[in-house]
Ligand binder design. Structure first.
Ligand SMILES: Cc1cc2nc3c(=O)[nH]c(=O)nc-3n(C[C@H](O)[C@H](O)[C@H](O)COP(=O)(O)O)c2cc1C
Length: 192
């Protein structure tokens, strides 16, 4: 991995997209380490870091996860997966909400780091669906008090998946919440 070819942060953020199409190439240990270091650099309430990560590279296990998760069939072609686990016991005030929030931030960093190093990744849901969390727990031997938040398939992208245009000025309220969707410039045009 050539550190000099990593784009700047804002370019990475804008280029990130959910990648569902992979070439089938393997993901290296070094690449996975980059993703996990990014994950653990995330902020967490009172720095509790209430998370754990299950890294899967065995084909058999990736396929088993794909079999049981209805919206994660891209795992069949992924080179690896990271399962981000939220641990309420370790969270600030032992609150499940903080465990989920903090682990979500760690997950976001994985998605961005994958983009930065030329890999593709996608959040596929385990939480909050009991019928997805249970099979993930059972396949990966995750204890009942630990929440498998998501399954993040990772692979070399084919290039089919593109970033979506999402910037929407209409959702921005300046200084205070304004209920009217009519903009000031539109009102000015009306009174002219
Ligand atoms: C909480 C959450 C759950 C998601 N679950 C799935 C999923 O199970 N399967 C899937 O294909 N995509 C899943 N996604 C990906 C979203 O569909 C995707 O982020 C969204 O369409 C926006 O596209 P983008 O990531 O390319 O910007 C999930 C995303 C989030 C944040």
């Amino acid at each position: 991995m050539d550190q000099q070819n990593i784009p700047d942060t804002l370019t990475v953020i804008q280029n990130r997209k959910s990648v569902r199409n992979y070439t089938g190439e393997p993901v290296t240990e070094t690449q996975i380490e980059v993703l996990l270091k990014a994950a653990m650099a995330a902020p967490s309430a009172v720095n509790c870091q209430p998370w754990a990560f299950v890294v899967v590279t065995e084909r058999k296990t990736l396929d088993k996860l794909a079999d049981v998760l209805p919206y994660a069939k891209m795992l069949y072609k992924a080179g690896a997966a990271v399962i981000v686990c939220a641990i309420p016991e370790k969270a600030h005030k032992k609150m499940k909400e903080y465990a989920i929030i903090d682990s979500t931030l760690a997950s976001g960093n994985i998605l961005l780091a994958a983009e930065a190093i030329g890999l593709g990744a996608i959040w596929t849901a385990a939480y909050p669906y009991p019928d997805r969390m249970e099979p993930v727990r059972s396949i990966l031997n995750i204890p009942p008090e630990v929440i498998p938040l998501n399954v993040i398939p990772i692979g070399r992208p084919t290039g089919e998946d593109k970033p979506k245009k999402k910037f929407n000025p209409k959702v921005i309220h300046t200084e205070r919440w304004k209920n009217s969707m009519i903009s000031l410039s539109f009102l000015r045009k009306l009174v002219k």
